[in-house]
Design a protein around this ligand. Structure first.
Ligand code: GH3
Ligand code: MG
Ligand code: MG
Ligand code: MG
Ligand code: MG
Length: 305
């Protein structure tokens, strides 16, 4: 436990140091600059667990020093015990208002001084621990939120994330007439792929196709999501049909480059059918689905609007 004693009187510093040494490491700098350094006014780092602060000091009044101290966010949880010579109630009111946690009057009984100091240090630690837990919890929540929006197999955004962004995209399109485009993508003859190579191979294929889709989305505002099973969705904000056609072209080309072997496909490799629709359509999702159906009917490995 680190105890910081701030007092202008060398005698009081010596007495407090002797009294408190049995319960912790006492730091009693001879000037206020030494105290500021130990409190980390500049570095933002402080190892002190409790402060005993003289209320009456000639150089800088204890009260205004306390206000300086509380202005530093990293010292918000540090216990400060005011040390007063007489019980000046009015000044104590001010001290508590300025953020003091406790006070002792000089001369204090050794046992009382030690007990109050220990209590102050425990309070500091409890508050710091609570803040640490809060931070950990917040970090865990961020991680959990991230997990809840991610498809475990492919790492793409999942259906839940897609639904959220889809709703936002529709709202945006209504408010700003900013066109957005939806591409629904479905793997061709995927049942045959599973039948020929097995379900684990099918899963690996889904991962490869997902990577191709992700690579084909170049803008930060593009969302590639696994919509379900072997169906994917690309939501392209602020993108018209022409822009989306470009993305669709990239997808087909990248998939051709990837050349994932498919033993029961006329082309011998995995392909996608794509259905495209823009927010100009009354029912964006329905229009993209209908377009996807047409792409399948046109013989697959193609894009339909
Ligand atoms: P089409 O070209 O008309 O789309 O034919 P298809 O065989 O791809 O379509 P269908 O809807 O008949 O079959 C989809 C297949 O996708 C069936 C299902 O077993 C498979 N599938 C869906 N989700 C997964 C998955 O997570 N992993 C694996 N390995 N297969 C999946
Ligand atoms: Mg004094
Ligand atoms: Mg399907
Ligand atoms: Mg199908
Ligand atoms: Mg399919």
């Amino acid at each position: 436990m680190n105890i910081l004693v701030i007092d202008d009187s060398a005698l009081i510093r010596a007495i407090l140091t002797r009294t408190l040494t049995p319960i912790g490491a006492v730091h009693a700098p001879g000037d206020l600059q030494g105290a500021r350094d130990l409190l980390g006014f500049h570095s933002g780092q402080c190892d002190m667990d409790v402060v005993l602060l003289d209320l009456e000091m000639p150089e800088r009044d204890g009260l205004s020093f306390l206000r300086d101290l509380r202005a530093h966010p990293h010292l918000a949880d540090l216990s400060v015990i005011m040390v007063t010579s007489t019980q000046e109630t009015e000044r104590l009111d001010d001290a508590f208002a300025a953020g003091a946690n406790d006070y002792v009057t000089k001369p204090a009984h050794d046992n009382v001084l030690r007990a109050r100091t220990l209590h102050g240090a425990r309070l500091t630690r409890a508050l710091r621990a609570a803040k640490d837990r809060e931070r950990e919890l917040a970090a865990a929540n961020v991680q959990l939120e991230q997990l809840s929006l991610t498809d475990a197999l492919t790492g793409l955004a999942n259906r839940r994330a897609f639904d959220q962004q889809y709703t936002q995209a529709l709202a945006l399109a209504q408010r700003s007439r900013m066109p957005s485009t939806l591409i629904m993508a479905d793997i061709d003859h995927f049942k045959r792929y599973n039948d020929a190579l097995g379900h684990p191979a099918g899963d690996a294929c889904l991962q490869q196709v997902a990577a191709v889709l992700q690579r084909s989305c170049h803008r930060r505002t593009d969302l590639a999501a696994r919509y379900g099973g072997e169906e994917f969705a690309l939501l392209l904000l602020d993108t018209d049909l022409r822009g989306a056609q470009e993305v669709a072209g990239r997808v087909h080309a990248a998939l051709e480059d990837a050349a994932i072997p498919h033993p029961d496909h006329p082309l011998g490799r995995v392909t996608l059918s794509l259905g495209l629709a823009s927010t100009a359509a009354a029912d964006l999702k329905g229009a993209a689905d209908a377009a996807l159906y047409r792409a399948k009917a046109q013989g697959r490995n193609t894009t339909a609007e």
